[in-house]
Ligand binder design. Structure first.
Ligand code: SAH
Length: 225
């Protein structure tokens, strides 16, 4: 732990586990996320190790935080809501577009999923890869490329999660969903505000549901802005 704020005893550590338990209870369970496995996953991932040292003490606050390169780690509630919306079974093969810090990927790994996560900013991809390995999340593969057209070589996916907001649902991501109930969750809208869309595939039918308003950094690349 480096540099506390001025006035703190050097080396003094917050009780991260306590902060994390409180976060899960008040911000997540308290707002209606009921899936026990999702609550337990968020209770296990050390979020303070996914944010820059300077923001560490805010890691369990009810807010997104900057992670450099103009990007953010999503608010804990949003991570929980999106994860729950994916209806994941253990062993599910999942694609995340927008690795950022790697936090969401770690939550997916806690749910025993096979995770492929894609990040287009090489320095963030590299940092997330190192962090996930150091924390023992060996079942996560970090790809450093444009993820907006998905990862055709690894398809189909039981679930696809996009953690950046795009102008529309990319057609390649629909195509890469498993035909028997594959689920895509993606923020769609303009560059400032979006709605969280859930698309469920059954054969050639795609059902869309609006899960509410949200605010994500822009999805860039071939199928983004
Ligand atoms: N899920 C992340 C937060 C995501 S922030 C976490 O848990 O920390 C959104 C991320 O999406 C940013 O890091 C941004 O660089 C990335 N991104 C935006 N467009 C992308 C694209 N086309 N392909 C891959 N990553 C993209």
């Amino acid at each position: 732990m480096t540099g506390g704020r001025r006035g703190r005893v050097p080396g003094e550590q917050p009780d991260w586990e306590l902060l994390r338990r409180r976060m899960v209870r008040s911000q997540i369970e308290g707002r209606g996320v009921r899936d026990q496995r999702v609550l337990e996953a968020l209770g296990r991932v050390p979020r303070h190790l996914f944010v820059p040292a300077i923001s560490r003490r805010s890691a369990y606050d009810d807010t997104p935080l900057p992670i450099g390169h103009g990007q953010t780690i999503s608010q804990p509630y949003m991570v929980a809501l999106m994860t729950e919306a994916l209806c994941l079974r253990p062993g599910a093969k999942v694609l995340e577009v927008g690795t950022g810090s790697g936090y969401q990927a770690a939550v997916l790994a806690e749910l025993a999923c096979e995770v492929h996560t894609v990040e287009c900013i090489p320095a963030l991809a590299e940092a997330a890869r190192g962090r996930l390995l150091a924390l023992g999340y060996n079942q996560v593969r970090v790809h450093s490329t444009d993820g907006s057209p998905g990862l055709p070589a690894e398809a189909p996916f039981a679930a696809v999660l996009v953690t950046a907001g795009g102008p529309r649902v990319p057609e390649p991501l629909r195509q890469q969903l498993a035909a028997d109930g594959g689920v895509l969750v993606i923020p769609v809208g303009n560059r400032l505000v979006q709605i969280l869309l859930r698309v469920t595939r059954h054969g050639s039918e795609y059902r869309e549901e609006d899960l509410g308003g949200c605010r994500f950094v822009p999805l860039v690349g071939e199928e983004g802005w």
